[in-house]
Ligand binder design. Structure first.
Ligand code: MG
Length: 266
């Protein structure tokens, strides 16, 4: 299929789905507190999707060999990296971290974003994992400019995470996005400078580092979705949908109220 470049008008549509997605993510984040069940957050997302007149990217999503995803959000607690399935039985507790990944479609185009929220008070070590992972998204975005290569993004993310003693997940990666949730190219969170496909204006990609306090190896649960660290250590996940324009990257899911400015703790 190859990489599908987007027109200005198509990017405008993704900006709208991206803004709806981040507003929904923020609303869910405001509801994150000790005792909340991940299914309650899914309920918030379902309502917001309706209010925006959109549809869910995740509900029924079925890549090869997987059962259809049964919810509108992925909710991953502590050592769970991504693709946790919301459930009334999954309640978060003080000191946990909760990664919420959310995408929705407006007028045929997906916007995709993720954020890892602290639940109540968290330890300074856990806070540091969140801050470093969040900042690594922006290290990647800085390299998402025409003329660079896909390896420049991964290299920047990896450098930042590893320089703080963390590892990056290699078995999962970011992706092109548009009419499909997953398009080419793959956007790894590791790489070497000046390697891989060249970035061009009109490309829209989701940059989504998954950073682990321990090792990078993953374990997929029996539900065939939930993915955890193999060593049981914490993992954080942050994601922005980014357009590569002739004058630099534009964050289509930008939301300073949620993220703070420049990825610094807000
Ligand atoms: Mg994504």
């Amino acid at each position: 299929m190859g990489i599908i470049l987007k027109t200005e008008k198509q990017i405008e549509t993704i900006r709208r789905s991206g803004q709806a997605a981040t507003a929904t993510l923020q609303r869910m984040g405001e509801a994150v507190k000790p005792g909340v069940a991940t299914s309650e957050l899914d309920k918030i997302a379902r309502k917001m999707i309706r209010d925006f007149g959109g549809t869910s990217s995740f509900l029924g999503y079925r890549p090869n060999f997987h059962p259809p995803f049964p919810a509108t959000i992925c909710a991953s607690i502590n050592d769970e990296i991504v693709h946790g399935i919301p459930s009334p039985r999954r309640k978060v507790e003080e000191g946990d971290i909760l990664s919420l990944d959310f995408a929705m479609i407006i007028d045929g185009y997906h916007g995709d974003t993720a954020f890892t929220f602290p639940v109540g008070r968290i330890s300074p070590e856990t806070r540091r994992l969140l801050d470093v992972t969040r900042a690594s998204v922006f290290k990647g975005i800085e390299e998402a400019k025409a003329g660079n290569r896909i390896g420049d993004i991964g290299h920047a993310v990896q450098q930042h995470a590893e320089s703080h003693g963390y590892s990056v997940v290699r078995d999962l990666c970011g992706h092109g996005i548009g009419r499909s949730l997953w398009e080419e190219p793959q956007v790894p969170n590791h790489g070497r400078p000046q390697r891989g496909i060249r970035l061009k204006p009109g490309m829209v990609i989701a940059i989504e580092p998954m950073v682990c306090a321990g090792g990078e190896r993953i374990r997929v649960h029996d539900d065939e979705w939930t993915t955890s660290t193999a060593d049981g250590r914490l993992s954080a996940h942050f994601e922005h949908t980014v357009a590569i324009l002739s004058d630099g990257p534009e964050i289509l899911t930008e939301n300073p109220d949620l993220w703070g400015s420049n990825g610094q703790p807000g």
